[in-house]
Ligand binder design. Structure first.
Ligand SMILES: [Zn+2]
Length: 258
């Protein structure tokens, strides 16, 4: 989070601008990469629609600054998405995807964050699917970035470790804010927190979460996900979770300052 700056101009105190909280919204896939395609839904189109609805809500909030990794149906690589977030020096990275499974009964919303815990097999499989664009890339050595950590001294490594812990804690906090919103609505899909090494949430240096908004391979969920009202509700829920997350973060930094 950036610090609030006060400025004294021509002897008059200018009301400090609200510290802007920069969120990068990342609708997965796009262009030639349609993502999962089931029940006449293309994942790339669906997540863009939900991201646009969410963007509209977030733009109304005076304390949020929003960057979309893509605003239309266009191809963008996973490293390009991460680069956008890094260059924007974003406070938070939110990637939107839709899930698919061979078992049509698979259902629910899933919130992924990056952790050090061992991952379960299903999550690993899904991360692998979502990372395909990277696995297929020819110039993989240019996007892996190398292990910079080995070149740094011990102190730098410790600082890096603390930063990583903080990032993990914040990401988990956001996934908890999301599940709380879902659990408080009895009509909502079941929501689960998971962790897996998705490229975009592994490579970004800020807190990051990847949301699988539902299974388009499940006929019942596919039907719901196509409804405008449901898409609106989804965007609203994510928005509410982001507001709640920011409030919690603001409260903790206020406590730390006192
Ligand atoms: Zn996806």
């Amino acid at each position: 989070m950036k610090q609030i700056l006060c400025a004294l101009i021509a002897g008059v105190w200018v009301t400090p601008a609200l510290a802007s909280f920069h969120i990068v919204l990342d609708p997965g896939h796009g262009g030639v990469d349609k993502g999962a395609v089931y029940n006449s839904i293309r994942e790339a189109d669906l997540v863009l629609t939900v991201a646009q609805r969410l963007q509209t809500l977030l733009k109304e909030h005076p304390e949020f600054t929003i960057t979309m990794t893509r605003e239309k149906d266009r191809a963008i690589t996973l490293p390009e998405r991460v680069k956008m977030a890094e260059e924007a020096n974003a406070d938070l990275y939110v990637s939107l995807h839709a899930n698919a499974a061979l078992d049509q009964r698979a259902k629910g919303v899933e919130f992924f964050f990056q952790n050090n815990m061992p991952v379960d097999e299903d999550s690993l499989y899904l991360a692998n699917q979502e990372n395909q664009a990277i696995l297929n890339a020819r110039d993989i050595h240019t996007i892996s970035g190398g292990d910079e950590l080995s070149k740094k001294g011990d102190i730098a490594a410790i600082v890096e470790d603390m930063r990583r812990q903080n990032r993990m804690f914040s990401s988990l906090r956001l996934t908890k804010a999301l599940t709380t919103i879902w659990e408080n609505d009895e009509n909502a899909m079941q929501a689960t927190i998971k962790q897996a090494p998705f490229y975009v949430i592994s490579k970004t240096s800020m807190p990051a979460v990847l949301i699988e908004i539902g299974f388009i391979s499940n006929p019942r969920e596919a039907k719901r996900l196509q409804q405008k009202d449901y898409q609106k509700d989804l965007a609203q829920k994510i928005y509410n979770a982001l507001v709640s997350y920011k409030e919690k973060m603001d409260n903790s930094s206020a406590k730390n300052l006192n």
